[in-house]
Design a protein around this ligand. Structure first.
Ligand SMILES: Cc1cc2nc3c(=O)[nH]c(=O)nc-3n(C[C@H](O)[C@H](O)[C@H](O)COP(=O)(O)OP(=O)(O)OC[C@H]3O[C@@H](n4cnc5c(N)ncnc54)[C@H](O)[C@@H]3O)c2cc1C
Length: 363
């Protein structure tokens, strides 16, 4: 089967890789370079534990989290790249009034959730402000270098036979007699048996190109990297902002969630808010040099859930987008379930919450 994948973010690269492993002839069309957008802007947190493990989204997130150790090993074997998978755990400072109860979380044992009180908070992470008197420690929350991960997936995809067309901007999906016949990129027509749209926050434009309608919007996120030398922090800390120490010698601070269209700007207010929140949690961060700031556009759908599956009424047209705040976490499972679905007709997981058809205006 010949498949065209549009978009070389984490979702497009991971899915192209899995499709090639499953025996498909895959062409990946990316208008810039792999990982040019949200997938490189992210912080790389892999944190699936929420208040409830009963939703379809929580099950998807957990399934993806469980795949990570194997994915990291496989990508290292195939590409030699170390994607900096850190498995130390995250500290969630809690207000005195926070009623979250560890025992209510069905997944608590698998995630090694612990409650920290009083001096035990600073015993675990001495860099935390003495004002933090209660916290949850979640050992199962991991993090990864997502810039490396997306490139590792892209490299593994190419090694598995994917034809990577970087700098190829798709202007149109070609729909003929009710089926997706291919796409047009820079005036050139590419034919295929199936087309997968994984163009992140830009997916609506591609849907509109064949007369469909789908509301995927950008949600801007701003980020800061500080030079983390000497290192002050061991664990990830997740309060009003999150603070992520990386093996590469930076500590990341993120992230805003803003409705600002595609305005590619880091703002004074955005950065000031993040720094204030981070320094309140970890005062010694205030002395570290700012290395970089950036922003990216999370793909968001009106119910904040991913959009996965076949486009109704057009045979051979598939979507994998709108992963919003969790696209790095969800990439391994998305890639596998889309591959199963496209090649066998069955996704292998409960996906009812994610179908494009849930939006009445999908046409
Ligand atoms: C600041 C920030 C922090 C985040 N932190 C985390 C986190 O800690 N953990 C987590 O799990 N998630 C996080 N996310 C979310 C995550 O980054 C996204 O959900 C994920 O990257 C989406 O991947 P994608 O491949 O769908 O989109 P993208 O990475 O945006 O990729 C889409 C690609 O499609 C290409 N494209 C678009 N239109 C066309 C076209 N017409 N032709 C050809 N190519 C096209 C673009 O150039 C782009 O490369 C964060 C996001 C941001 C912005």
């Amino acid at each position: 089967m010949k498949v065209l994948v549009v978009g070389g973010g984490i979702i497009g690269c991971a899915t192209a890789y899995e499709l090639a492993k499953a025996g498909c002839a895959v062409t990946l069309l990316e208008r810039a370079a792999p990982g040019a957008e949200a997938s490189s802007a992210a912080a790389g947190l892999l944190a699936p534990l929420g208040e409830s493990s009963q939703t379809g989204f929580a099950r998807l997130a957990l399934a993806s989290w469980r795949l990570y150790p194997e994915v990291v090993r496989e990508l290292r074997e195939r590409t030699g790249m170390d994607v900096e998978h850190v498995t130390r755990g995250t500290i969630y400072p809690m207000a005195a009034t926070d009623a979250r109860d560890v025992d209510e979380w069905a997944l608590a044992p698998e995630f090694g959730v612990e409650r920290l009180e009083g001096a035990d908070v600073q015993k675990r992470e001495p860099a935390l402000s003495p004002r933090v008197r209660r916290a949850l420690f979640v050992r199962g929350d991991h993090w990864i270098n997502n810039q490396r991960l997306v490139l590792a997936y892209a490299q593994a995809a190419v090694a598995a036979g994917v034809e990577l067309c970087a700098g190829a901007s798709v202007s149109r999906v070609v729909v003929e007699r009710g089926r997706a016949a291919g796409v047009v990129a820079d005036g050139e027509r590419h034919e295929a048996d199936a087309v997968l749209l994984a163009a992140g926050a830009w997916t609506s434009e591609l849907v509109a190109s064949f007369g469909g309608q789908l509301r995927i919007e950008p949600r801007r996120g701003q980020m800061i990297a500080l030079a983390h030398v000497p290192a002050v922090l061991t664990y990830c800390v997740h309060g009003e902002a999150y603070v992520v120490p990386r093996p590469s010698g930076e500590v990341l601070i993120g992230a805003t969630v803003e409705r600002a269209g595609f305005q590619r700007a880091v703002t004074a207010e955005g950065i000031a808010g993040l720094l204030r929140a981070a320094i309140e949690l970890v005062p010694s961060l205030g002395e570290l040099p700012i290395a970089r700031t950036w922003c990216g556009f999370r793909p968001w759908a009106p119910d904040s859930l991913p959009v996965l599956g076949p486009w109704p009424g057009v045979e051979g047209l598939w979507l994998a987008t709108a992963h919003f705040r969790n696209g790095i976490l969800l990439a391994p499972i998305t890639a596998r379930l889309m591959t199963d679905w496209i090649t066998t007709g069955a996704p292998g997981l409960e996906v009812g919450d994610f179908l494009p058809a849930r939006f009445g205006d999908a046409s």
